[in-house]
Design a protein around this ligand. Structure first.
Ligand code: CTP
Ligand code: CA
Length: 226
């Protein structure tokens, strides 16, 4: 009922979430992509919606489905499309959580026809960097907006995550420990450390992505109260 909804902590707040991989076309039938399932981002979108937020979920190609019917899903394929969708919804969003595994590079040209294999030469695909969506949003952040990113690292994890937090003007970053079994891409569990802009660090146990989403939302709510 309306009365119950009023008590939820994120009522009347718009949230923008990204999820999944992006696919960067090489030719009509091939792309550069990655193993991201989208599970973490969908779990975050669902939890934000459960807490009362109006959620826009910009998702790359993913088999996931949001559980909360109020989540508005915007499907995109490439990093360029994801950027465009985020630009469209960013100004109104009080909370932005970018969990997508965006391709860092995209082919400079997309072959109009399927590339045929050649007898003996190697195939070289020239690529250029995609726009860093999270950094773009950080550079355009307005007073009162909360911007949260993820970091996937295999070495110097905390140092690299702090560098991303600062470079991208984030309120906090969720560091993924992919090295641990059962954490990261295409699994149902994740092990994260949250690092905020005061460099306050909280390391969590391995848990379901739904429970990681709850921890992230608890941090969001604590920052909104400040
Ligand atoms: N990200 C983004 N747009 C990109 C690349 C990354 O929005 N083109 C976001 C991701 O969604 C994530 C954060 O930036 O929230 C960090 O992504 P990650 O791949 O860990 O870091 P990068 O900055 O891309 O650096 P690198 O891959 O070289 O470690
Ligand atoms: Ca990257």
């Amino acid at each position: 009922s309306a009365d119950i909804k009023k008590k939820l902590p994120l009522v009347n707040i718009k949230a923008l979430v990204t999820a999944g991989p992006t696919h960067e076309a090489i030719d009509p039938v091939r792309f550069i992509g990655n193993n991201s399932s989208g599970k973490m981002g969908f779990a975050i979108a669902d939890e934000l919606a459960r807490l009362g937020a109006d959620v826009i979920l910009v998702s790359g190609p993913s088999a996931q489905k949001a559980k909360q019917r109020s989540v508005k899903r915007v499907d995109v394929t490439s990093a360029a499309e994801m950027l465009e969708a985020c630009q469209q919804y960013y100004a109104d969003a009080g909370i932005c959580i970018m969990s997508a595994a965006v391709a860092d590079y995209t082919p400079i040209t997309v072959a109009q026809q399927k590339i045929k294999k050649q007898d003996d030469s190697a195939l070289i695909i020239e690529t250029k960097k995609t726009t860093d969506i999270l950094k773009y949003l950080g550079d355009h952040k307005q007073e009162g907006q909360l911007l949260i990113g993820f970091a996937l690292e295999t070495n110097n994890e905390q140092q690299n995550a702090v560098a991303k937090l600062q470079k991208k003007n984030l309120d906090f970053i969720v560091l993924n420990s992919l090295g641990d079994a059962g954490a990261g891409f295409a699994t149902d569990t994740n092990k994260v450390t949250i690092i905020d802009r005061h460099l306050h660090k909280t390391s969590f146990d391995l848990k379901s992505k739904e429970d990681v989403a709850k921890d992230i939302c608890i941090k969001v709510i604590s920052l909104l109260k400040k």
